[in-house]
Write a protein that binds this ligand. Structure first.
Ligand SMILES: NC(=O)c1ccc[n+]([C@@H]2O[C@H](COP(=O)([O-])OP(=O)(O)OC[C@H]3O[C@@H](n4cnc5c(N)ncnc54)[C@H](OP(=O)(O)O)[C@@H]3O)[C@@H](O)[C@H]2O)c1
Length: 328
């Protein structure tokens, strides 16, 4: 049975006397640092040499270069982009690891796919919020909290869970709930949602828009009805609290008959097979190798793929729709 941790499972007192080294002050680093401080935890920010400390200073945090923070802190929360992390880890963090160091990641990617191999004498943990950095701060302040995955990659000290749960509570995740999985499962699930669900959704929307425009529907009306109205957000919100089927059953009877009578038409076996291939490529490491090469080459394929997408006529119509609805 999957374990879900809540407020009562975390004890922030175990962090007393510690200074948490936050490596990276970006989308997630800043909310994590602010939330920990507001929870009474002492933090110090590790910045790369050429990084401006202006925001860190304005926020009132002590800071230093990454090496210095790695040397001085027993607990390091590594919050820099996954693609640059292996090199930064080798150059600036690994030389300073001690027997009582704990490394905490917000994405298991590098550990799970073998790009970072911490020595066996350190603790390795994961606290991976299932939301964007801005929401990590907003939901801390509102008291709602946010879901996250937590994992213990390595428990050299025997105390890794105390640290993970104290930090998860400090950043505000236990208010909602932290779900325990393995490092590998987190990395694979994260990539699967990105690679199987978001492209499917994108494809469904662009295919529908292209079809409707081709059939002569006013672009603004069609695009607004497809996703700009926010009806989808409402549906997903209800699905998140009451379940997918319940959310569909909030439709009118006409709507429900339409949904369930046409559902089977879209039950394509091919979709399941494509998702399975996508998952297999993630799990056997093929995707991570492809991405490592793409990064090393300077993103040639990503640039091309983005250029193709940006060339679609639909985006101009989409912008017109947004402007029209906002009254510009
Ligand atoms: N963003 C999210 O919503 C989110 C959610 C869940 C998990 N995560 C995970 O959190 C981690 C951080 O993601 P993020 O989105 O916060 O990243 P980000 O916003 O891109 O953060 C970048 C931070 O890392 C610094 N940095 C960039 N290149 C560096 C290098 N070569 N060496 C050292 N520092 C470097 C940046 O400095 P400059 O600004 O000077 O480049 C900045 O301080 C990742 O593991 C990610 O998967 C993120």
């Amino acid at each position: 049975m999957t374990v879900v941790y809540h407020e009562e499972d975390g004890n922030i007192d175990v962090l007393q006397g510690e200074t948490i080294g936050i490596i990276g002050y970006g989308n997630l680093g800043r909310p994590v640092a602010l939330n920990l401080r507001d929870s009474g935890v002492t933090v110090k920010i590790g910045l790369k040499a050429d990084e401006s400390p202006a925001i860190v200073e304005a926020d009132g945090f002590p800071f230093g270069d990454i090496e210095q923070v790695a040397r001085d802190s027993n607990i390091l929360f590594i919050l820099i982009p996954n693609e640059v992390m292996p090199q930064a880890y080798i150059d600036k963090i690994s030389p300073h690891l001690k027997r009582d160091t704990t490394l905490i990641f917000a994405s298991a990617y590098n550990v799970a796919f073998g790009y970072i191999e911490p020595p066996s004498f350190v603790d390795v943990g994961l606290i991976a919020p299932r939301t964007i950095g801005a929401a990590v701060r907003e939901r801390y302040l509102s008291g709602d909290g946010f879901y996250s995955f937590v994992a213990a990659g390595q428990d050299a000290s025997g105390n890794i869970w105390d640290t993970i749960l104290a930090l998860a509570k400090g950043i505000g995740s236990l208010n909602a709930g932290a779900v325990e999985i393995t490092m590998e499962q987190e990395a694979e699930l994260d990539l699967f949602i990105q690679q199987a669900i978001l492209p499917t959704f994108h494809h469904v929307m662009t295919t529908a828009a292209t079809l409707l425009l081709g059939k002569g529907y006013p672009p603004e009306a069609a695009i607004m009805d497809l996703y700009i109205s926010g009806e989808f957000n409402d549906y997903l919100e209800r699905a998140a609290t009451s379940g997918l089927l319940h959310a569909l059953r909030l439709s009118t009877l006409t709507g429900q008959f339409g949904i369930f009578s046409r559902l089977e038409r879209f039950n394509e076996l091919k979709l399941e097979r494509l998702m399975e291939i996508t998952l297999d490529e993630i799990r056997d490491g093929q995707f991570s190798k492809e991405w490592a090469k793409e990064y090393a080459d300077g993103y040639p394929r990503l640039r091309k793929l983005l250029k193709n997408q940006e060339g679609m006529d639909l985006w101009e119509l989409e912008q017109q729709t947004i402007d029209l609805l906002k009254g510009f």
